[in-house]
Design a protein around this ligand. Structure first.
Ligand SMILES: N[C@@H](CC(=O)c1ccccc1NC=O)C(=O)O
Length: 242
């Protein structure tokens, strides 16, 4: 089978899609973020019957307890911070024009975008922020009480005003861990979306972008389950251009 996809005249290297998301791992035994402990996976028990083949049941039939914000890569709508009736966060398009940028934070914890602004192409729809340090332990790290870096509200506004409607980062939040509910970057990004934005804006958090992937332009592909709530787990890929 031979499939060719072009995004505004640029061919996508579909054979070399790069996954940049983290799964929800039910074998994880420790806190991941937001102080709530690991995800849980428990067999259904109905009288003598158990939904676990290991325990003698005919099938595996588990109840899952997950929190999309705390347990892995997820995408969220503005319903995360307001009373919007949330249908499933929905991406609507198969591919977006994306840009991967590596940012580091100064002493304040604010990420610097100073090298991003001169290099970002004008037609970008999605930005992927990889933060430094980017050691492999990031894929398993427990973030509660670590106060990771964050995006400044003014930078989130500038991204939105450039027409970017998908903002992705490899940390549990685009905002500081503790800000008394301000969530300034979340609010600023959603508030300053252009009126003709083609899709409802999304923020995605808790990604993992291997250090081997160079900064620059890519196509972006997002997969997610349909769940009517503010945030859903997501599988996210960067696709190089040929
Ligand atoms: N920083 C917020 C909390 C917060 O941002 C948050 C809390 C629980 C789950 C997700 C959160 N933010 C995610 O982007 C606060 O201090 O109230």
């Amino acid at each position: 089978m031979n499939i060719t996809v072009e995004l505004d005249g640029r061919r996508l290297d579909l054979a070399n899609m790069l996954e940049i998301s983290l799964p929800i791992d039910f074998s994880m035994s420790k806190e991941r973020a937001w102080y709530i402990g690991p995800p849980r996976r428990e067999p259904v028990r109905l009288g003598d019957w158990v939904g676990s083949t290991r325990e003698g049941g005919s099938v595996n039939f588990y109840n899952l307890t997950i929190n999309p914000h705390a347990h892995g890569t997820h995408i969220e709508t503005a319903g995360h911070i307001d009373h919007t009736y949330t249908v499933s966060p929905s991406v609507g398009l198969l591919f977006f024009k994306a840009f991967l940028y590596t940012a580091s934070a100064g002493e304040s914890g604010a990420l610097s975008f100073s090298e991003l602004w001169p290099s970002i192409p004008s037609d970008v729809q999605a930005i992927v922020i990889r933060t430094l340090p980017n050691t492999h332990d990031k894929a398993h790290k427990s973030y509660s009480n670590t106060h990771p870096p964050y995006i400044m509200a003014a930078d989130a506004e500038r991204l939105a005003r450039k027409g970017i409607f998908i903002l992705l980062i490899d940390l549990p939040s685009v905002d500081p861990e503790r800000d008394n509910g301000a969530l300034a970057a979340h609010r600023s990004f959603w508030e300053h979306q252009l009126p003709h934005s083609p899709k409802p804006a999304l923020i995605g958090e808790f990604l993992y972008i291997p250090h081997t992937v160079p900064d620059g332009p890519y196509a972006l592909h997002i997969q997610h389950p349909a769940m009517n709530t503010d945030a859903v787990p997501a599988r996210i890929f960067l696709i190089p251009y040929l």
